[in-house]
Design a protein around this ligand. Structure first.
Ligand code: FE2
Ligand code: FE2
Length: 340
């Protein structure tokens, strides 16, 4: 069994104040309670999923998107000139890689949020975090069942190095607001965007249904992080802000590097450096990585964490255009919470 041990020194916080004082968190918690679903019975597991199969129902638009994404018709692409069967296999590898990383990231969320139950001071946050823990267990369960039962265990990918490093960074931290920053803002913000795009590229109804269900929960989780941090950030000292900045810069780099797809190139037998160079320069992959930051950048800005260095990093990665982007999922949620 592959087990990763991570050491973290934490303060467990009990509170003897049981008054629910944050009405927005109370609403979010109530919403979480009635939004539970069952991965065993609510997902239709019946459709057959055949790894590698050429999709007979693919529309010309979907086809154009996949072809552009992999650069099948671009001479500079390592995949130029692949035949139908090879193209199809590569599409399935991409799907399997993405879903595998979703599964590992979901376990990260499960563990990090369990930590929050222990370390956050307020009872409202402990309640909501506990509710999120149940959500995350269900997400890991659903993705693992899909990978193992529908795609086949031989197609599952190990966790990518950058994601593993980020999870270790998050869990080594003793300060609970950094747990939120790393998990709810960075990892889950990116996941929310990745789920949306993944669903446009994914090829079977089972994974699409799972991801639709998961996305609904994730929108609440990101909102939870924003609500919690909105109260904390204004109280931080300059030295504490500098620490958060340093953490963020590292997290941003790790998130960006996740999507250079080394593991896929290795598995399909493409020279890794050539594959990475392609991932860095292919226009659709650039757009894909930019969209991945569409929830993170505006939330960092809203929280008052857009320091000159963080901003410069977003400029360098060409994602600063999201700075004032209205994060629709969270906005809708906020409106719902505020209007009842
Ligand atoms: Fe999740
Ligand atoms: Fe989540």
């Amino acid at each position: 069994m592959a087990i990763l041990d991570v050491h973290g020194d934490v303060y467990t916080k009990f509170t003897w104040d049981y008054v629910q004082a944050n009405p927005q968190l109370v609403k979010l918690y109530e919403k979480g309670k009635v939004s539970q679903w069952n991965a065993t019975t609510d997902i239709d597991w019946a459709p057959e999923v055949n790894f590698g199969e050429i999709d007979p129902d693919i529309t010309p638009e979907e086809r154009a998107m996949t072809d552009g994404f992999m650069g099948f018709d671009l001479p500079e692409s390592p995949f130029y000139g692949m035949d139908e069967a090879e193209r199809s296999r590569l599409g399935w590898e991409m799907q399997s890689w993405m879903v595998s990383q979703f599964m590992h990231g979901e376990q990260g969320a499960l563990v990090a949020t369990a930590r929050l139950v222990e370390t956050v001071p307020g009872i409202d946050s402990k309640y909501y975090a506990a509710n999120q823990v149940a959500d995350e267990a269900r997400h890991v369960e659903a993705y693992a069942k899909y990978l193992n039962d529908k795609l086949g265990t031989e197609h599952v990918y190990p966790i990518s190095k950058p994601l593993e490093s980020l999870l270790v960074d998050i869990m080594t931290e003793s300060r609970w607001d950094i747990t939120y920053l790393g998990m709810q803002i960075m990892v889950e913000g990116l996941a929310l965007a990745a789920f949306g795009m993944g669903n446009a590229l994914f090829r079977d109804p089972v994974i699409k249904q799972i991801t639709d269900y998961v996305m609904r929960d994730e929108a609440r989780h990101v909102a939870f992080g924003v609500l919690a941090l909105k109260e904390v950030v204004p109280q931080l000292t300059q030295a504490e802000l500098d620490d958060r900045e340093e953490f963020l810069l590292e997290a941003i780099d790790l998130m960006y590097r996740r999507f250079l797809l080394e593991q896929v190139w290795e598995r399909v037998g493409v020279d890794v450096e050539q594959g990475k160079a392609f991932a860095e320069s292919n226009p659709l992959m650039i757009i894909f990585r930019q969209v991945l930051f569409s929830k993170i950048v505006p939330n960092i800005n809203k929280l008052g964490l857009m320091t000159p260095k963080v901003r410069q990093r977003f400029v360098d990665l060409q994602v600063i255009q999201w700075e004032n982007y209205e994060d629709t999922a969270s906005e809708e949620l906020a409106a719902e919470m505020l209007l009842g």
